[in-house]
Design a binder for this molecule. Structure first.
Ligand code: GTP
Ligand code: IMP
Ligand code: MG
Length: 339
């Protein structure tokens, strides 16, 4: 059974959450594990008309058979963690969740700094979740770790060992990344970036698996990319144009209005290359072509939508194997058999 890593290919909010949720329900993994930065992420998913948003736990929580893990590279905010255990109690989350004992902790002082610092908050437009300051303390070797927090003790585990044990046994592991390629500390639009690398290799490292153990890298692209916070966005459109196209969106974590742009083929190609993409998941195709809404069979897609998919495949050189055509889990075209 393969391991999958799902990462964002643009500036985050590509809909990774809904792609993860689909894979979690369809493929029935043994383990779903979060890599990435921390609670700056907001992944939302629609299940039976109800919207759920998670910032700390993996978005595949609705697969009630799976173990839910948070890798050592991820920052943990205990307040958000306990809030999500409560908010997701219908899914029996508390009994199957594990946090790596080496995760670093986001403290209140980190959040305060992230919300008041004129450079981070004012210039970069950070999420205010405390991630940057907490990672800075981690690098300075003075952060608290999960093993230092009394309330987290029942949930502590060696995530890296668990993930590798499952792979040894041939079990399916889904790994969830956060943010997007353009927000990578190394490859993004520095300094308008997040506090870590966000590419698939970094996500693998976050959960403790080596490059040889990754089988599929799914890079998620949104038909109309969005960006929240400051920084370059070469294909950005005006707010009026976005409104005309029905593309008004607000951030899951901060509630800020997202900037919207046109799909950038060259950027997508570069992003797919550096991530080592084996497949693309394209979301919000129904926003590109309204007649694509809810379609689940590739052959039934309207011409305009199909041409867009083909253009991406041709230019990026990677198959578009998953296509989201609406907000619900079942609004998806799964073409993975073609690869
Ligand atoms: P990630 O951070 O990448 O997980 O994305 P996000 O959750 O921040 O994105 P957003 O807040 O925009 O949430 C995605 C929402 O859009 C979820 O409620 C999804 O169900 C929904 N969605 C996902 N894919 C599609 C799609 O193809 N079409 C439409 N109309 N909605 C979608
Ligand atoms: P930070 O990660 O909170 O430090 O924010 C740094 C930059 O990344 C800002 O431009 C944020 O808006 C952006 N960012 C961080 N997390 C997300 C996310 O989950 N989605 C979209 N943008 C994000
Ligand atoms: Mg998001």
């Amino acid at each position: 059974m393969p391991s999958y890593i799902v990462v964002g290919g643009q500036w985050g909010d590509e809909g990774k959450g809904s792609v993860m949720a689909y894979l979690a329900m369809k493929d029935g993994p043994e383990v779903i594990v979060r890599g990435g930065v921390g609670t700056n992420a907001g992944h939302s998913v629609f299940i039976n008309g109800k919207k759920y948003a998670v910032r700390q736990l993996p978005t595949g929580f609705m697969q009630t058979k799976a173990r839910l893990l948070v890798g050592a590279g991820v920052l943990v905010d205990p307040i958000v963690f306990f809030h999500e255990l409560e908010a997701l109690k219908d899914f029996n989350v508390a009994h199957r969740v594990g946090i790596d004992y080496r995760c670093a902790i986001i403290e209140n002082k980190h959040k305060e700094l992230d919300r008041t610092n004129g450079y981070l908050h004012g210039k970069i437009g950070t999420t205010g979740s405390g991630c940057g300051p907490a990672n800075a303390d981690r690098v300075m070797r003075r952060a608290e770790l999960a093993k230092d927090i009394e309330g987290l003790k029942p949930y502590l585990t060696d995530v890296a060992a668990e993930v590798n044990d499952n792979l040894d046994e041939g079990k399916l592991v889904l790994v969830e990344g956060t943010q997007g390629f353009g927000l990578s500390l190394y490859y993004g639009t520095y300094p308008y970036v997040t506090s870590k690398d966000t590419t698939a290799s970094a996500i693998a490292s976050d959960v403790g698996i080596g490059p040889t153990r990754v089988d599929e890298v799914v890079v998620v692209f949104k038909s109309f990319p969005t960006r929240v916070g400051a920084g370059p966005f070469p294909t950005e459109m005006s707010q009026e144009e976005a409104e005309k196209l029905g593309l008004v969106e607000y951030g899951t974590v901060t509630g800020r209005r997202r900037r919207v742009g046109w799909f950038d083929l060259d950027f997508a190609r570069y992003s797919a290359r550096l991530n080592g993409a084996t497949m693309i998941a394209l979301t919000m195709l129904d926003k590109y072509d309204r007649d694509a809404f809810g379609v689940t069979d590739y052959d039934k897609l309207p011409k305009k939508a199909k041409e867009f998919v083909e253009e991406i495949e041709e230019h990026v050189g990677v198959p578009v194997a998953l296509i989201k055509t609406g907000p619900e889990l079942e609004h998806i075209i799964d073409r993975r058999e073609m690869i």
